[in-house]
Design a protein around this ligand. Structure first.
Ligand code: FES
Length: 102
């Protein structure tokens, strides 16, 4: 299973993905630069990713904590915290890009 992530230089990386892992962990495990200072507790907001339009309604709704953090960072409507996205079979092929500043 795969996720596809365009880094901040616009280079697309096809990454092997493991069910049950956070998307943030998958991206970082493959060496794509993505901040995650809080370790996945929805505090730092550094792990923000932009979700491709065709995938947005396949993700679960963000919880209040995630929404608060996205608001604080003036995130676009297409952004999510990748630490709050748990990879599953249904997300095979998930396509993301990294926002300019995270
Ligand atoms: S890793 Fe800090 S908010 Fe996701």
């Amino acid at each position: 299973m795969k996720i596809v992530v365009a880094d901040r230089d616009g280079v697309a990386h096809e990454l092997d993905a493991v069910e049950g892992w956070r998307v943030m962990e998958i991206v970082r495990a493959h060496g794509v630069k993505l901040g995650a200072e809080c370790g996945g507790s929805s505090v730092c907001g550094e792990c923000r990713v932009r979700v491709a339009p065709e995938w947005q309604n396949k993700l679960h709704e963000p919880r209040d904590e995630e929404l608060d953090r996205l608001d604080e960072h003036l995130a676009g409507d297409d952004e999510r915290l990748s630490c709050q996205l748990i990879f599953s079979e249904e997300l095979n092929g998930l396509t993301l890009s990294l926002p300019d500043a995270a």
